[in-house]
Design a protein around this ligand. Structure first.
Ligand code: ASP
Length: 356
């Protein structure tokens, strides 16, 4: 059950400090913070010199620890969960999506900021980007170092996420990730390093903007996300598994998944989405039994194009283009939830986000 903590800061109407804010008349912009946990809410433990538990601090405490925010926005906080994002799940995704859609429908806020663990931040961001219908900014942020660390990065990231959410130019960019002075589109962002504060990169595309405490600069225009989908009605979302390819790989795992009733398989293939002959043959048999197969790549960058080394037309496979295995999985779950199961319509959906 969602625990709701509501706190308003800067409740007295105040003059805007920044003439590019959404509401420049009298009141500060209204920002809703949805807290879910993560290292940004982490507290030191005794496990080791660097040990900590994600989700020890509430969203309300995070906001209270940054008094400068009272000059930037009127902030309400709701605690949706308090977990490490390795435990993020469909149920919380749907709660977040439904709450955000409700907030924009009732005009309860000018922008939404979600605090989240970094491990699966790109997945939640991508899910929301595909199902939220609004031009209001929706921004995820987090931290690589817990709140009790020397040189914690959480407060700066949270300040800058709220700063971006209050900026008029943030409208229409869909769901974003703001970390380490950089603004990424959910479509492209990926965690690329285990510990660095620079971990988020927009592979194949580059960041859409930059932020510091004095300025917000977008370097790309709002992207036309031509395809958005209804929020799936209920959890669990359809079962889609990711298969990590490697040398000497056999077919038994695919046969097991098919027997077990999997709806779709994403191949995190070698190179441009390839795998051994036994695996490709087993995937071909899986398609004939009604399983959707998407070929993606384990390399972390570049594109998986149709019919290069693997005959997608003959096998009725789908190529992921630039979507990572984890984002391919989410798009498939959304598509299947919305009744789209034909390889041709799934292939078209994977084309959204860039010009072919
Ligand atoms: N395991 C943490 C999480 O994703 C790591 C982090 O937030 O940086 O919640």
């Amino acid at each position: 059950m969602a625990l709701a903590i509501c706190m308003t800061m800067g409740s007295a109407p105040a003059k805007s400090m920044n003439n590019s804010n959404i509401n420049t008349a009298h009141a500060l912009p209204r920002i809703l913070v949805l807290a879910t946990g993560g290292t940004i809410s982490g507290k030191k433990n005794e496990m080791s010199a660097i040990g900590y538990n994600a989700g020890g601090v509430t969203g309300q405490q995070l906001i209270e620890d940054i008094p400068e925010l009272s000059k930037l926005a009127q902030i309400n906080v709701e605690q949706i969960a308090n977990i490490g994002s390795q435990d993020m799940n469909d149920d919380i995704w749907l709660r977040l999506a439904k709450r955000i859609q409700e907030v924009v429908a009732r005009n309860e806020a000018d922008g939404i900021v979600i605090t989240h663990g970094t491990d699966t931040m790109e997945e939640t961001a991508f899910f929301l980007d595909n199902v939220i219908h609004t031009d209001k900014p929706v921004i995820l942020t987090g931290a690589m170092r817990p709140s009790t660390a020397i040189s914690a990065d959480g407060p700066g990231n949270l300040y800058e996420a709220i700063e971006v959410a209050t900026n008029a130019k943030a409208k229409g960019h869909g769901v974003m990730i703001v970390m380490n002075d950089t603004i990424h589109s959910a479509r492209w962002a990926s965690k690329t390093h285990t510990t660095s504060v620079e971990t988020f990169q927009s592979i194949n595309a580059g960041p859409i903007g930059y932020v510091d405490p004095a300025s917000v600069r977008f370097v790309q225009p709002p992207m036309l996300m031509d395809k958005r989908y209804p929020i799936p009605a209920a959890a669990p979302l359809p079962r889609v598994e990711i298969l990590y390819a490697h040398s000497g790989m056999g077919a038994s795992i695919i046969n097991d998944l098919v027997k077990d009733g999997v709806k779709a398989i994403v191949l995190a293939g070698v190179g441009d989405g390839n795998s051994s002959k036994p695996v490709i043959d087993a995937l071909n048999r899986a398609v004939k039994q009604g399983v959707i197969v998407v070929r993606s790549s384990r390399t972390g960058s570049g594109f998986v194009n149709r019919n290069v080394e693997v005959d997608d037309d003959k096998n009725s496979f789908v190529a992921s283009y630039d979507l990572s295995p984890q984002k391919s999985r989410i798009l498939l779950q959304i598509l299947i939830s919305n009744g789209k199961t034909k390889p041709s319509e799934i292939q078209t959906a994977f084309e959204s986000g860039f010009e072919n």
